[in-house]
Design a protein around this ligand. Structure first.
Ligand SMILES: [Zn+2]
Length: 126
């Protein structure tokens, strides 16, 4: 039997990690879980999931085609959670584009509304 590890690099199987969020069987109970599931949604090109987990007040800032382009033109290598506390998650997403490696380092804010966490905004760290 083959084991499919979760793209969010948690070390767990996809089945025991982000899959239940992607298939809406359950919702992430912490910002870190949501962050991880959003990263693996980029890896798996689940663009609707990315929009649905963005806070409703901020969705107008995003364009489905652009998210899809960003998700697909990069080869996602791994995710590293730097800090996760309260409603903030700082992370590094490692990816490759045209054979060069890059790190997307961001401090993201999350907001809980009607029992669900949403991605609110992010600040790039250079
Ligand atoms: Zn995962």
């Amino acid at each position: 039997m083959s084991v499919v590890f979760c793209p969010c690099t948690s070390g767990k199987t996809y089945n025991d990690c982000c899959e239940s969020y992607h298939s809406k069987v359950s919702f992430p109970s912490t910002p870190e879980q949501l962050m991880r599931s959003r990263y693996s949604a980029y890896v798996l090109h689940l663009i609707d999931y990315l929009l649905e987990t963005t806070h409703p007040s901020k969705r107008y800032l995003y364009n489905k085609t652009e998210i899809e382009k960003w998700a697909k033109e990069n080869h996602w290598l791994k995710l590293e959670i730097v800090v996760a506390e309260k409603d903030v998650v700082e992370f590094k997403a490692f990816y490759q584009q045209a054979l060069k490696e890059y790190i997307h380092h961001e401090r993201s804010m999350f907001k809980k509304e009607t029992g669900r966490w949403y991605y609110l905004s992010g600040k790039h760290i250079y």
